[in-house]
Design a protein around this ligand. Structure first.
Ligand SMILES: Nc1ncnc2c1ncn2[C@@H]1O[C@H](COP(=O)(O)OP(=O)(O)OP(=O)(O)O)[C@@H](O)[C@H]1O
Length: 264
C-alpha cells in the first residue's frame, strides 16, 4: 500500500456540510471521514445528493456551509499551484460526460497528462497504451472515437483516463450502471487489483448491490440529508433505518446479498 502520505490522515473529510439549491435543502450538517485505502460505497435514494457530494469533494461545486478537506487541505483554499497539485492526486469517473466525444480514446486518456503538463509529447503514446492495458483494452483502441465503443468499453476507457495520473483517490459515480453482470464483475476485479497495486482509496456511488457487496470496505448511507450510517456492510445491515430496510432488505437486496454470501 502507498506510504506517500501520513496513513492517519483522512483522505476526505467533510464537516457540517449544508447544500441548498433554491428551496431544496439537500445536505444539512453532513459529516464524513474517509481513511486511506477504504473502498466506500455511498448509497442513498434518488436525489439525496450523492453526486453533488462527489462534486463538492473535488471543488466543482461549493456547499453553502461546512468544511471540506481533501488530503488534509481545505478544498476551497490554496493557490492555483496547490489546486493543480491536488488535481493530480485524484481521478473521477462521472455518469455523464465520461469521455469527450470529439476526441479519440487515446486523446481522451492523454488529456489530463497534457493538461497538467505531466508527460512529454513523445511519451504520450506509450503512456496511453499502458493505461489501456490496465483496463484490459488494446493499444489500437486508442484510435477509436467514443461513439464506436460499446457501453462497457466507454466505462473502461473513462476509467483509464481517471487512472492516467496514478491517483491516490478515485471517485466513481455509478461505474457499473448499464453493464451486464459479467462486465460488472470484471470491473470490480479491476478496481480491487488497482487498489492492491496502487493503494487507492475509492469512493463509489452505486445502486448495484452485487458490486457493493463485492468491493466496499464501508458503506456510507446518505439519508435525511446526512450520513446516517458509516460502517462495513454487515454492520450496516443491522442499522434500523427505513432507507436501509428498503435498500438492503427488499427482495432485490436480499437476492444480491445471498449471492454475495454464496461467493465468499
Ligand atoms: N445544479 C443544480 N441546480 C439545482 N438543483 C440541483 C443541481 N444539482 C443537483 N440538484 C438537485 O439536488 C438534489 C441532489 O442531486 P444529486 O444529483 O446529487 O442526487 P443523487 O443522490 O446523485 O441522485 P441520483 O441517485 O438520482 O443520481 C436533487 O434534488 C437535484 O435536483
Amino acid at each position: 500500500m502507498s506510504q506517500r502520505h501520513e496513513d492517519t490522515e483522512a483522505v476526505v473529510s467533510l464537516r457540517g456540510v449544508v447544500t441548498r439549491f433554491g428551496r431544496n435543502l439537500v445536505h444539512d450538517g453532513l459529516d464524513l471521514d474517509i481513511e486511506r485505502g477504504e473502498i466506500v460505497a455511498l448509497v442513498g435514494g434518488s436525489g439525496s445528493g450523492k453526486t453533488t457530494l462527489l462534486r463538492h469533494i473535488i471543488g466543482l461545486t461549493r456547499p453553502q456551509a461546512g468544511e471540506l478537506r481533501l488530503f488534509g487541505e481545505r478544498v476551497d483554499q490554496g493557490t492555483i499551484h496547490q489546486r493543480i497539485a491536488r488535481q493530480r492526486r485524484y481521478g473521477v469517473l462521472f455518469q455523464q460526460g465520461a469521455l469527450f466525444s470529439a476526441l479519440t480514446v487515446g486523446e481522451n486518456i492523454a488529456f489530463p497528462l497534457k493538461e497538467l503538463g505531466i508527460a512529454r509529447p513523445d511519451e504520450l503514446d506509450a503512456l496511453v497504451a499502458l493505461k489501456l492495458a490496465m483496463v484490459e483494452m488494446e493499444p489500437e483502441h486508442a484510435l477509436l472515437m467514443p461513439a464506436e465503443l460499446s457501453g462497457g468499453m466507454v466505462k473502461r476507457a473513462a476509467l483509464a483516463r481517471a487512472l492516467a495520473l496514478e491517483p491516490e483517490l478515485l471517485l466513481l459515480d455509478e461505474p457499473t450502471a448499464g453493464l451486464d453482470p459479467d462486465r460488472s464483475a470484471r470491473f470490480v476485479r479491476l478496481i480491487l487489483a488497482l487498489r492492491q497495486e496502487l493503494g487507492l482509496t475509492v469512493v463509489l456511488v452505486t445502486h448495484d448491490l452485487d458490486t457493493l457487496a463485492a468491493m466496499a470496505t464501508r458503506v456510507a448511507v446518505l439519508a435525511d440529508r446526512r450520513i446516517v450510517s458509516y460502517a462495513p456492510l454487515q454492520e450496516t445491515l443491522q442499522v434500523k433505518h427505513p432507507f436501509i430496510e428498503r435498500f438492503f432488505h427488499g427482495e432485490h437486496g436480499r437476492r444480491a446479498l445471498t449471492r454475495a454470501n454464496g461467493e465468499t
